[in-house]
Design a binder for this molecule. Structure first.
Ligand code: UD1
Ligand code: MG
Length: 408
């Protein structure tokens, strides 16, 4: 059996999202929420991950496919987080170690925090350890209730709080590490005695405390990683926080982002040193940008774009699924789709690759040192030889090139 195991709860109906898509498939900066949670588990050495799925389970499994470290567990009816954990009993009943329990709707989780959770749990010989957060506005979260000497007494869900408890700012971000045996003994005993009539995992913690086991709750989760996503508004908040992280890392790696608030960069994007991203640039999907490029303002780079070094893309330039070699310039109002563009090519204002013929997408090949005048339309499939010059306003097809083009 694996040394470290995790259960990720991802079966919820997500009523508050008002969606037909499984909640954990909603994307934060270009990746589904669940992907982030799976990642941090792997980063802290979790070898088996039990993902509990229910609402939209087929969509989730299809999106993530079969991974050797994932075991999909079905929760037939969504009766609460304790019930979701209980669905893993058959798989984990003989497991002697410690089980990490996380929620799939918490994409902001960081591996550093989980490392601390493992360390403290071990050092303090706890039966259960939870990392908490202190929030200015704790609305919606389970509150950590402590006794006079500061020991945790239990977690009370927002909807079950007294008016006094509602004022508690220490909350439960749902980062738990528990002795597996004690966890399952407790979840079996949870009853749905609450406003929502659900089996709460948080009640299992109260039962573990009441049984006299050592439970440790310590504040280790930063406010910006505690936020779970239960609604579209919270999805946008989580995305904004993730966006700041992505941009901070890029800046640390030597990328200039002139106006972070007005720039959006996908987590899958890679950007080289000394590249400058001007305001209102949107980078979506797997995009690779080299060094010393200048992108934007108002540039739109889509999936499959590869820019080598020294590329300049200016206002309202859109690039999709294309590779642009070193020194390419497209400063104004262009569309480059499904193309390979050679070194030092200049693409004039308003020139486009007409890549879609109404049925299929076709490719454009532009050789090195070509000059494309303003307002040119290159009808794909088309190939321009090295050094070709296309006059302003021309509509060019392969047929015409073959007929009238420069013969070498
Ligand atoms: C939960 C916690 C709350 C905590 C908050 C942090 C409980 C009872 N409450 O509340 O203390 O502050 O997370 O974000 O645990 N799920 C299932 N099956 C179910 C119900 C839920 O798999 O039957 C999954 C959901 O898909 C979700 C996670 O469990 O990923 C948490 O459920 P959710 O309904 O979002 O609970 P919160 O109200 O956010
Ligand atoms: Mg939630």
């Amino acid at each position: 059996m694996a040394e470290r195991v995790a259960i990720i709860l991802a079966a919820g109906v997500s009523t508050r999202m008002n969606t037909q898509l499984a909640k954990v498939l909603h994307e934060v900066c270009g990746r589904p929420m669940l992907a982030y949670v799976l990642d941090v588990c792997r980063q802290v050495g979790v070898e088996k991950i039990y993902v509990v799925v229910g609402f939209g389970d087929e969509q989730v499994r299809e999106r993530f496919g079969e991974a050797s470290d994932i075991v999909w567990v079905r929760q037939p009816k969504q009766e609460g987080t304790a019930h979701a954990v209980l669905c893993c009993r058959e798989h984990l009943k003989d497991f002697e170690g410690e089980t990490l329990v996380l929620c799939g709707d918490g994409p902001l989780i960081r591996a550093e925090t989980l490392k601390t959770l493992f360390e403290r749990h071990k050092a303090e010989h706890s039966a259960a350890t939870l990392a908490t957060a202190v929030l200015d506005d704790p609305t919606g979260y389970g509150r950590i209730v402590r006794d006079a000497s500061g020991n945790i007494q239990g977690i009370v869900e927002d909807s079950d709080c007294t008016s006094e408890q509602l004022g508690i700012c220490e909350v439960n971000p749902s980062y738990y590490l528990l002795n597996n045996k004690i966890l399952f003994e407790a979840v079996e005993k949870v009853r749905p005695d609450n406003v929502k009539n659900e089996y709460y995992l948080t009640d299992a913690l109260s039962l573990i405390i009441a049984a006299g086991h050592k439970v440790l709750a310590f504040t280790a989760v930063r406010p910006d990683e505690a936020r779970g996503v239960n609604s579209r508004a919270q999805l946008s908040v989580a995305s904004k926080i993730m966006q700041r992280r992505i941009q901070r890392e890029l800046m640390e790696n030597g990328v200039t982002i002139v106006d972070p608030d007005n720039t959006w960069i996908d987590i899958r994007a890679q950007i080289g040193q000394d590249t400058v991203i001007e305001p209102f640039t949107y980078i979506h999907g797997e995009v690779k940008i080299g060094q010393d490029c200048r992108i934007g303002p108002f540039a739109y780079l889509r999936d499959g774009t590869v820019l080598k070094d020294d590329v300049v893309l200016g206002v309202f330039t859109e690039v999709k699924n294309s590779t642009l070699a070193k020194g390419v310039r497209a400063r104004h109002h262009s569309y480059i789709g499904d193309a390979v563009v050679g070194r030092n090519v200049n693409i004039g204002a308003g020139s486009i690759t007409a890549n879609f013929d109404g049925e299929k997408v076709n490719r454009t090949n532009i050789g090195n040192d070509c000059y494309i005048g303003s307002g040119a339309v290159l009808i794909a499939p088309i190939e321009l030889k090295d050094g070709s010059r296309i006059g302003a306003g021309t509509v060019v097809s392969q047929e015409e090139i073959d007929k009238f083009g420069r013969k070498e």
